[in-house]
Design a binder for this molecule. Structure first.
Ligand code: NBP
Length: 479
């Protein structure tokens, strides 16, 4: 065969990835279960590069040079297993299958293990940036063997997004499920980012009584500062948009129930298993769940709120700036939590993930791309064993500078009765990590009281239990 790489699964993502490869000069074999899609691609975009269309899996495999490189871009779950099974039977040792869909990392670990036994390299790769990213340059997070990465690197670097300094937004994340794990956390952070933006909008709307078009202007201003990012930019666009049918602000005609495809939920489920506190991400997932419970919300609509108050004029004048500071501080916390989860996953599964590289390849192409990520990259480059982003010099001083405003925003939100689970959870996390003593000591006392669960003492080693049911409440050391 003469094709350098093949793409199977030619819905919107696979088609755009194949076009991206062909546009970069790679002879690209293309295949889809329903061959009408394959023919349509070549008819519409054949002029963009060199495509080798295949009707059958056998033809597709035969058209590839060896070692074969096959990118699978089909629906995650059973379809991915079906396609892998079909192709694995036709491949030879040394060939490479890349799953570029949104697989759960545990599935990727299983698939990698099964294929490794047959000598086939399996690369579970996160791809972020939506359909536009797939075509013009996504952020790519491949896992799998170092050998398979070497065979793919030139192509992946060519088709990936480029950061401002020109470096490609792709890096070998680590073995087996590492790439899909990092993509999962990326999506969890994306949920948190969006929730914090939504809370900022809600506060500006309620506290300042601004119309969406003026709030769009506020976001546009923020986008010229340290919050410069894709999500802030498109927030301004969505808020400024007017519904053609009604002439109302678009944001006022959209049903206020946020949906999800599940990667945020996976992030939180995995964090619970790893014991990593990702409260900002969890609140974002729960906020979508709350929004979706229409019946519950209808039943609760009559619950009393605070007596309406207005901000005094000094508070009014500084409020938008306060919200910018609260947003920046809470965003730092959300990323600190996400990177903690990456470090914990890396330790648990032996992936040895370089967190600075992860931040570096998120600088462009993906949904959370932002100037901010270059700061994170610098933080981990300065100190690869950084225990949390919060203690990096830059972020520590940003948090210090923002904290009065951050606290004012959270308390104002509580006074006005505007829900800000993201801001509040982020602040609570910050204060929890800072605390000299946590009330966890009391929790341990209660556990020992009702369940004899024992406790450790801060002043000497050992395991202790107090005989709570006895009169003297003697402390013993259970054997
Ligand atoms: P879809 O997720 O809608 O999947 C459609 C493709 O899967 C078609 O090519 C379809 O073939 C194929 N397929 C199915 Br369904 N069942 C199959 C089976 N049993 N055997 C063979 N092929 C099968 O496509 P997409 O929206 O392009 O997304 C592809 C992947 O990329 C997904 O994992 C998605 O989660 C991920 N992703 C999507 C985005 C995005 O913005 N959409 C972003 C990042 C990642 P057919 O044409 O014959 O029905």
């Amino acid at each position: 065969g003469s094709a350098q790489i093949g793409v199977t699964g030619l819905a919107v993502m696979g088609r755009n990835l194949a076009r991206n490869l062909a546009r970069h000069g790679y002879v690209t074999a293309v295949h889809n279960r329903t061959s009408a899609r394959t023919r349509a691609l070549v008819e519409e975009f054949g002029g963009e590069g060199s495509f080798v269309p295949a009707e059958t899996a056998e033809e597709f495999v035969a058209s590839l040079e060896r070692p074969r490189r096959i990118v699978v871009m089909v629906k995650a779950g059973d379809p991915t297993d079906a396609v892998i099974r079909e192709f694995a039977a036709l491949l030879e040792p040394g060939d490479i299958i890349v799953d570029a869909g949104n697989a759960h990392f545990a599935d990727t670990r299983r698939r990698e293990r099964e294929l490794r036994e047959r000598g086939i390299h399996f690369v579970g790769s996160g791809v972020s940036g939506g359909e536009e990213g797939a075509l013009h340059g996504p952020s790519i997070m491949p896992g799998g063997s170092a050998e398979s990465y070497e065979a793919l690197a030139p192509m992946l670097e060519a088709i990936s997004a480029k950061a401002d300094d020109g470096s490609p937004c792709v890096a070998h994340i680590g073995p087996d499920g590492a790439g899909h794990f990092v993509k999962m956390v990326h999506n969890g952070i994306e949920y948190a980012d969006m929730q914090l933006i939504a809370e900022s909008y809600d506060l500006l709307r309620h506290a300042l009584d601004l119309p969406p078009a003026e709030i769009a202007e506020v976001f546009r201003t923020w986008n010229r500062g340290r919050l410069d990012s894709y999500l802030i930019e498109i927030t301004a666009q969505v808020l400024a948009h007017t519904d053609a049918a009604t002439g109302k602000p678009f944001v006022d005609v959209v049903l206020d129930q946020a949906e999800q495809k599940g990667t945020g939920r996976w992030t939180v489920q995995t964090a619970l298993d790893l014991g990593v506190p990702v409260s900002g991400i969890a609140e974002a997932v729960f906020a979508r769940a709350v929004s979706g419970h229409a019946d519950l919300r209808a039943a609760a609509r009559e619950l009393p709120g605070p007596t309406p108050t207005l901000l005094d004029s000094a508070a009014y004048d500084r409020f938008a700036d306060d919200v910018e500071q609260a947003l920046y501080a809470s965003k730092i916390v959300a990323y600190a939590q996400g990177f903690h989860q990456i470090a914990a996953g890396s330790a648990e599964y032996g992936w040895d993930i370089d967190q600075g590289r992860v931040a570096a390849i998120w600088r462009a192409g993906c949904i959370i791309r932002a100037a901010f990520l270059d700061r994170i990259r610098a933080a981990f480059d300065n100190r690869p064993d950084l225990p949390t982003l919060l203690v990096d010099d830059h972020f520590r001083s940003a948090l210090d500078g923002a904290q009065s405003a951050w606290r004012r925003v959270v308390s104002t939100a509580a006074e006005l009765g505007v829900p800000t689970p993201g801001f509040a959870a982020a602040l609570a996390y910050y204060d929890s990590l800072r605390a000299e003593r946590l009330p966890a000591a009391l929790v341990q006392g209660l556990r020992d009281f009702f369940g004899a669960h024992t406790y450790h003492r801060a002043d000497r080693p050992g395991t202790f239990h107090t005989l709570w049911a006895t009169k003297d409440r003697e402390e013993v050391t259970p054997s």
